[in-house]
Design a protein around this ligand. Structure first.
Ligand SMILES: *Cc1c(COP(=O)(O)O)cnc(C)c1O
Length: 375
């Protein structure tokens, strides 16, 4: 089989999704499965929908369109504030979107009216992580403007933490979101169907036994795909952390000194020479590099240590072993490594269900091509 490749086990992903859906339903929380890290793979989307997730979320319109084209039937939520330049495709392909700019929502309303449609909006509130969100003091003003827009349905409010400054979701900020939901409902005499508390970083809070208040939805990506919670990068009990693995192939295997020689300047990616002289080592080079993966996010098998990477070479110390050229090495990935490998056109994607490869491309769309030279 060709290398490098990502092997994606749909059964394990489905198990992860089903386990999270079941545990959270006991707390009155539904799951929006976030597909952005898998480039909107329709097969993965179907696997998580069969597991009971109530909605599909993605940050990129290309992915949402690909899932639409592939016939994935589910409510689609755009989870990044839409670009105004995308307003028409957003109302065409997404049922609802997370928003924090009233001007953008105005354009969505115009586009929806032109298309004879309605578009759902969840207003994002800033709770301290300083990425997207309306400041809490401005929320009611924004709500009043949105309620005046003819083709927009205000579906709810939401928040996102732990993505920019690492602010952890917890009792205080989640109680604040619940209180804001209550206040908006009282002030306008409306019902907010969705109170979307955050992402995989909310799971520790959700499972801690604390009162989850009005929060009735989480948007989960990493925990479904990697079985891991992002705050402390701990495996979640009962979930598979190896649903997605990366395989790369050895292209050089030699005994070499552990120390370089010659005058030392900068390496291609600014790496420093290895600090300790370990004498001669069994070194191997694998045909994968920075362009295909975040090497810092790879976990090598026992006995193999990653010692460097350039654009297309990954250099490992194989310890006592010699790895013949052609040997395949299997790595576990963290989120950063997984996202980059999923996005690299040089890494093939092999989906497996019931242990067997399924003969479909994991990526249903090609990324936009260069559109000529700007004047
Ligand atoms: C990426 C993203 C998510 C999913 O985050 P995970 O940590 O992968 O669960 C949820 N909400 C928003 C707004 C996102 O951008």
């Amino acid at each position: 089989m060709s290398a490098p490749r990502l092997e994606i086990d749909l059964d394990k992903i489905q198990h992860n999704a089903r386990t999270l859906v079941d545990r959270l339903s006991g707390r009155g929380i539904t799951v929006t499965a976030v597909m952005k890290a898998s480039l909107g793979s329709p097969e993965i989307a179907r696997a998580v929908l069969d597991a009971g997730v109530s909605m599909i979320g993605d940050s990129r319109m290309e992915n949402i369109e690909a899932m639409n084209r592939a016939g994935v039937k589910a409510p689609m939520m755009l989870i990044r504030s839409p670009m105004i330049s995308d307003a028409q495709r957003v109302v065409r392909y997404a049922d609802l979107s997370l928003n924090s700019e009233v001007d953008v929502i105005g354009k969505l309303s115009d586009a929806a009216r032109a298309a004879g449609k309605r578009h759902g909006v969840v207003l994002m509130v800033e709770l301290g992580d300083l990425r997207e969100g309306i400041m809490p003091a401005d929320l009611e003003h924004s709500v009043s403007q949105v309620l005046d827009m003819p083709n927009i349905d205000l579906k709810g409010i939401g928040a996102n933490l732990a993505c920019h400054c690492g602010v952890a979701p917890g009792t205080d900020n989640m109680a604040k979101l619940s209180a804001l939901a209550d206040a908006v409902e009282r002030a306008f005499g409306i019902t907010l169907g969705i109170v979307s508390g955050g992402n995989s970083a909310n799971l520790n809070w959700a499972f801690s036994g604390t009162d989850t208040g009005r929060i009735n939805n989480l948007r989960l990506g990493e925990s479904i795909l990697l079985g891991c919670e992002p705050l402390h990068r701990q495996r979640i009990e009962g979930l598979h952390a190896d649903a997605i693995t990366l395989i790369a192939e050895v292209i050089e295997s030699k005994t070499k000194p552990s120390q370089p020689w010659g005058e030392i300047a900068q390496a291609a990616f600014g790496e420093k020479a290895p600090p300790a002289d370990r004498g001669n080592i069994n070194q191997a080079i694998l045909a994968i590099g920075q362009q295909d993966v975040d090497p810092g996010g790879l976990l090598a098998p026992l006995g193999i240590e990653i010692i460097g990477a350039s654009s297309d070479h990954l250099i490992v110390d194989c310890g006592h072993r010699r790895l013949p050229v052609g040997t395949e090495i299997r790595f576990q990935l963290n989120y950063s490594a997984m996202v980059r490998s999923m996005t690299s056109p040089f890494v093939s994607k092999v989906l497996r269900a019931s242990g067997k490869p399924i003969p479909v491309p994991a990526v249903a769309h090609t990324l936009p091509q260069t559109q000529g030279i700007m004047p």
